[in-house]
Design a protein around this ligand. Sequence first.
Ligand code: NAD
Length: 264
Amino acid sequence: MNTQDKRIALVTGSGRGIGRGIALQLARDGYHVIVNGVNVDPANTASGVYEVKSAIEAKGGTADVIRADVSSAQDRQSLVAIIENLGRLDLLVNNAGVAPTQRRDLLEADEESFDRLISINLKGPYFLTRDLARRMIDWKSDGIVEQPRIAFITSISAYASSPSRGEYCLSKAGLSMAATLFADRLAEVEIPVIEIRPGIIRTDMTGAVQDKYDRLIAEGLLPTRRWGLPEDVAKAVSAFARGDLDYSTGTVIDVDGGFRMRKL
Ligand SMILES: NC(=O)c1ccc[n+]([C@@H]2O[C@H](COP(=O)([O-])OP(=O)(O)OC[C@H]3O[C@@H](n4cnc5c(N)ncnc54)[C@H](O)[C@@H]3O)[C@@H](O)[C@H]2O)c1
């Protein structure tokens, strides 16, 4: 990998959707981007992680692909080892996440789906952050990385109840606390940690429920009457990556078209 001594950002789950938007934005911001995903096929540059790498390079940026399933301890270990070899990490964006394959009423909640979501959406980023934060502390104290930063992409589901996908809400509520915990722990070494909470964003993940959200948005669910886009989330990450929010460690940035507001 030739990172040209640039600042390095790892964006988990960046072969499509919000992660893809974040990866493209960070490359424009001058980062060497590590594009991560589970399904990795170098022959496929039409979609997935290698499409993202090509799109970055087509605009003059630099990127590499690292395959790793964030829910696998072994994969996380290899990912961390590769990054250690690169010798620096300036920004970690915990973005990878999944929705339940099937929505089910809370009274029919499925244990297997619960374990899957907790493992990918919460346990994976929690332990990946533990391991990479330790390296970031060393790289910072050695003067190799001037200002490391960590972002967690959670969801409005961290606080909004959807009884048809309880496991998703629980995983995101837990991830929100993970962001707070790391922000608290890393504040003394001045490594800012932020939670970015997307609302309803147009991606493959929401493709299955597009009609429902089209209707709800038309009926006024969101004060800003449009779907969010991956670029909307990417802009928030970019502001954080630039250092504009460093003294706001532990804060939550809502990227939700105003969904958070209570109205009368
Ligand atoms: N789309 C939305 O409306 C929305 C809203 C709030 C939060 N989010 C969150 O934003 C993040 C991205 O969502 P998206 O809409 O782009 O979803 P997406 O399904 O389009 O993309 C998710 C990406 O993560 C990858 N991924 C899945 N499991 C992984 C694993 N175990 N290890 C590594 N990569 C993995 C997938 O391959 C995919 O490329 C997720 O954490 C999601 O929960 C999405």
